[in-house]
Design a protein around this ligand. Sequence first.
Ligand code: AMP
Length: 143
Amino acid sequence: MHVSRILKAKQRRMVTTRPTATVTEVTKLLERERIGAVLITDERGQMLGILSERDLVHGLSRFGSALLTKTAAEMMTREVVTCTPETSLQELMSQMTEGRFRHLPVIEEGKLVGVVSIGDVVKFRLEELESEAGALKAYITSA
Ligand code: AMP
């Protein structure tokens, strides 16, 4: 299974915000959208960084309540690891494990087209395992 299949099921939905958004605005966005990370983009839709719950927890530890008025640009990770629609589920899992992050933006022909989270990976891996188990069972019982 590949990233393209996951994106199709998610209808390529992705949540973005601007670098000038405050942390207060970002936390409201994360709550409203029930997500753990948001992509930070410029006015042309180019990705500038990613900001996740982890950054907010670290920021709270460093800045205390002053965190709330910091901007997304100040708190985001700028060196973002990405994948493509052709990336396999297996590759996704190793990228997330090695990088110790739970989100991977998807880039197709230089354009941001979606984001895959560890929740998506678990869901689709389970489906894959179930279908493999079903095929094996059918093979054994028909032999
Ligand atoms: P996460 O596990 O996705 O909540 O992110 C943990 C840390 O990694 C945070 O500092 C994020 O900003 C950062 N991060 C999340 N996704 C990526 C990614 N694809 N590439 C680089 N850093 C990331």
